[in-house]
Ligand binder design. Structure first.
Ligand code: ATP
Ligand code: MG
Length: 544
């Protein structure tokens, strides 16, 4: 495993150190609070590394809380997928998996407390009127005529809303704060809405569900969270977060801190948009290896350590955070190098018949150039496969591989010369005739070196060569469908070195010169091998 090269500090880490030193906080408690409305993506990994990482480093604890307050969008499939991904990254949450729905009764009691304090009321305006009356950044809001409802009536209505006596949208419960506030979030925000939808965990007990701002901070206080870390778009919600904590009876006082979201080039990172990619069949499910989901990256072959190393490298700040793909792929290569055995594979085969050889031999090669992973034996015969791209009929200047009359070194084997090019009726090259120099000790300085496989020894395989999903670095929500890269998945039929068909995910392999690969976790079998290209060997992006 690649140990992180350094553990960078960041402003949140410094805040925690200060809180611990001044004894303002005794034990650090953080939480990772995904909504189970989709699979986790690489942006969530950043949040996890931060929340679980801080708890680990400061001997605190981190809760895993499923923020399940919208049953119309959430499902158990998503909840299970989230739990699997957190485990896969190797994070350990404290105690059981928590759910916002575990706290529905307590949250409801607090809503009643707010009503009793004159700090909440049932509003019966329709949603359009309510939106209009909220005002905007330049004009203040207009108070609802229902704002003056008395406590008894509010309590009665809320209870009946809970029981399901009203249709969706007929009433809402709002906090009574300040319709004049320059902060829109403070203009009597909605606390509960009616949703006559059963919930995965609470069935049809509830016909109202709490809104994020209300449920989130108060769930933090129930769990004793000390540092509630979220992304920057919630900065303006912090006064509201504090308002709820300060106006209900609770002893815990969590604080909210914000950092910037991770955005990654050539991908999208919102669960809503990722959901569209899946439901409209632009990709083959949430775990399609082209998806920026953790499930997709796992299937593509990314080791969990690589994702953590990536998060380490991008750091945590409040600055806009648009990250080049090369940063992620660099972390993947650096992590895979020491894990991956080496072997040959031909992804686009071109047949070569060696006319002056008719034996069979086995050549020794190391399984890893630097680490002691043992030896392998590569069979050789008079019919071999080479990569199509390693031959050029009319080579450009500087092309050092095979071309008519030229010599090339077959790695671990002989020097071979191309004597003849054979074409079909349409002019396509279908075979080369070649001869070898039987002197294997001949120096090959200056010659190109290529890989190869013997037709008599190689095993058939399918390769899935993945590339970025979008053509533009920053696909837009409304035009992403036209922006898809038609070559994001190219499937080819070729060959692998005998024995590698037994490799199973997640064990990585480097097919020499071709990249890091992993057997597909769903479709690969030893008799019908399917390998996904995890990442190419060179960084192609820095050049473009
Ligand atoms: P999405 O729009 O992708 O669904 P979200 O913020 O609605 O994102 P949640 O399930 O609510 O998704 O997120 C759980 C946690 O992960 C939150 O604390 C959120 O701030 C954090 N998070 C989500 N996306 C990112 C990101 N791109 N970078 C860093 N943290 C993120
Ligand atoms: Mg969300």
């Amino acid at each position: 495993m690649t140990e992180p090269t350094f553990k960078p500090t960041n402003f949140i880490r410094q805040i925690i150190e200060k809180d611990l030193n001044s004894k303002t906080v005794e034990t650090v408690v953080t939480r990772f609070p995904p909504e189970p409305n989709g699979y986790l993506h690489i942006g969530h990994a950043k949040s996890m590394c931060l929340n679980f990482g801080l708890a680990e480093d400061f001997n605190g604890r981190c809760q895993l809380r499923l923020d399940d307050t919208n049953p119309s969008k959430e499902s158990d499939e998503y909840a299970q997928a989230i739990i699997e991904d957190v485990k896969w990254l190797g994070f350990e949450w404290h105690g059981d998996v928590c759910h916002a729905s575990d706290y529905y009764q307590q949250l409801y009691n607090w809503a009643i407390e707010l009503i009793n304090k004159g700090l909440a009321y049932v509003d019966s305006q329709d949603s359009d009127t309510m939106r209009k009356n909220r005002g905007n950044l330049t004009s203040p809001g207009i108070e609802s005529p229902f704002r003056v409802r008395n406590i008894a009536e509010n309590l009665d209505l809320l209870e009946r809303m809970r029981r399901g006596e009203f249709a969706d949208g007929e009433h809402v419960l709002r906090a009574k704060i300040d319709m004049q506030s320059p902060n829109m979030n403070m203009r009597d925000p909605v606390i509960y809405r009616i949703m006559n939808v059963p919930h995965e965990r609470t069935g049809d007990t509830w016909h109202i569900y709490p809104l994020y701002d209300f449920a989130h901070g108060l769930s933090d206080s129930i769990e004793g969270v000390t540092h509630s870390i979220c992304t920057l778009e919630f900065e303006d919600h912090r006064p509201l977060y504090n308002w709820f904590i300060n106006n209900v009876t609770t002893t815990a006082t969590p604080h909210q801190y914000e950092f910037s979201r991770a955005n990654l080039d050539y991908t999208m990172m919102s669960k809503r948009l990722l959901n569209l990619l899946v439901t409209d069949n632009y990709v083959n499910g949430w775990d399609d290896p082209r998806m920026p989901t953790l499930a997709g990256m796992r299937r593509l072959g990314y080791p969990p350590e690589a994702i953590k190393e990536f998060c380490n490298r991008i750091g945590v700040t409040k600055q806009h955070n648009q990250i080049e793909l090369s940063v992620l792929e660099g972390a993947v290569r650096d992590t895979m190098d020491s894990k991956a055995v080496r072997a040959f594979a031909i992804t686009e085969p071109l047949k070569v018949t060696i006319t002056n050889y008719d034996g069979v031999e086995f050549f020794q090669a190391k399984r890893h150039p630097k680490l002691d992973m043992g030896q392998r034996e590569i069979g050789f015969g008079n019919t071999i496969w080479i990569e199509k791209s390693d031959f050029a009929e009319t080579p450009q200047e500087g092309f050092k591989r095979l071309s008519p009359g030229a010599e090339v070194k077959l790695r671990y084997s002989y020097i071979m010369r191309c004597d003849e090019v054979i074409k079909d009726r349409d002019g396509n090259i279908i075979e080369l005739k070649a001869s070898i120099d039987p002197d294997r000790s001949r120096k090959f300085k200056g010659l190109g070196i290529i890989h190869w496989l013997s037709a008599g020894h190689a095993v058939k395989a399918t390769f899935r060569l993945y590339d970025r999903l979008f053509k533009s670095p920053t696909p837009k929500a409304d035009t992403f469908a036209e922006d898809l890269n038609p070559l994001s998945l190219v499937e080819t039929a070729g060959y692998i070195e005998a024995g590698t068909e037994n490799l199973l995910a997640p064990d990585p392999i480097q097919f020499e010169r071709m990249g890091y690969f992993v057997a597909d976790s769903k479709d690969h079998t030893a008799s019908q091998p399917v390998f996904n290209r995890t990442v190419s060997l060179k960084d192609n992006w820095q050049k473009s």
